[in-house]
Ligand binder design. Structure first.
Ligand SMILES: Cc1cc2nc3c(=O)[nH]c(=O)nc-3n(C[C@H](O)[C@H](O)[C@H](O)COP(=O)(O)OP(=O)(O)OC[C@H]3O[C@@H](n4cnc5c(N)ncnc54)[C@H](O)[C@@H]3O)c2cc1C
Length: 65
C-alpha cells in the first residue's frame, strides 16, 4: 500500500504543519542534491531555472509530442 506521508490533523493545518517540520537544506549541500524536473513547459522550465539559480543540480526532461 502506498504511504503518501500525509501529515495528521485537520486539513487546513496540514500544509503549515508540514512546512514547520520539513528539514531545511544547508546551502553548502545544495550542489550535492540532484533535482529531476519532468516536462519543460512554463512551470517546469521556470522551476528548473529557479532551482539551478539557487545552486541545485537540475536535470530537466521533456518529450517531443
Ligand atoms: C492553443 C493554446 C493557446 C494558448 N495561448 C496562451 C496565451 O496566449 N497566453 C497565455 O498566457 N497562455 C496561453 N495558453 C496557456 C499556456 O500555454 C498554459 O497555461 C501553459 O503552457 C501551462 O504551462 P505548464 O508548464 O503548466 O504546462 P505545459 O506548457 O503544457 O508544459 C508541460 C510540459 O511537460 C511535457 N511533458 C508532459 N508529460 C511528460 C512526460 N511524461 N515526460 C516528459 N515531458 C512531459 C510536455 O511535453 C510539456 O512540454 C495557451 C494554451 C493553448 C493550448
Amino acid at each position: 500500500m502506498l504511504n503518501a506521508n500525509i501529515p495528521a490533523g485537520a486539513l487546513e493545518t496540514k500544509w503549515s504543519k508540514y512546512k514547520s517540520t520539513v528539514k531545511l537544506v544547508n546551502p553548502a549541500n545544495k550542489r550535492k542534491i540532484e533535482i529531476i524536473v519532468v516536462g519543460t513547459g512554463l512551470a517546469g522550465a521556470s522551476a528548473a531555472a529557479s532551482l539551478a539559480e539557487l545552486g541545485y543540480k537540475v536535470k530537466a526532461f521533456y518529450f517531443r509530442g
